[in-house]
Write a protein of this length. Structure first.
Length: 150
């Protein structure tokens, strides 16, 4: 084959440092749009970005030329810098150190988009930590609970 083809769909989840409610309704759409732009610059198309005041969900297509850690590291670093430039209220903004990242198949896109779109309703009755544990269990991922709270 004379070309390299790849379609890797990922659902990433990460929170603000110490679950600080830093993503205000006023900044949220601009933050998500900025994050989508970062992904495009990394050749990794954003399919959906959403969340609530203390975390985001990012569904995207990973570039065949980049690693997951490279894309998510740059996404978090650049969006954190952007947030800090959005006024004094956001000057101390930080993302948590880690992330959850889950591979999905093409047939799951609509379901994950709906899941991301329903974040505000879901988090009326569920904390981020509860949601993350459910996702980790759903994907049969081992984890150390001590590191879910940074």
């Amino acid at each position: 084959m004379s070309q390299s083809l790849s379609k890797i769909l990922l659902h990433a989840v990460f929170s603000t440092k110490h679950r600080a409610p830093s993503i205000t309704p006023e900044i949220e759409p601009r933050l998500h749009a900025y994050m989508a732009g970062i992904l495009e610059n990394l050749e990794s198309h954003a399919i959906r970005i959403g969340g609530v005041v203390d975390h985001v969900h990012v569904l995207f297509r990973l570039s065949k030329n980049r690693s997951v850690s490279d894309v998510l590291g740059k996404l978090k670093a650049n969006s954190s810098s952007w947030m800090k430039d959005q006024g004094r209220i956001h000057a101390g903004f930080h993302w948590q150190n880690g992330y959850g990242n889950f591979s999905i198949g093409e047939s799951a896109i609509d379901g994950v988009v709906q899941y991301i779109d329903n974040q505000k309703e879901r988090h009326k009755t569920m904390t981020f930590e509860e949601e993350l544990k459910r996702l980790l269990d759903l994907y049969h991922m081992e984890y150390d609970e001590r590191y879910l709270r940074d």
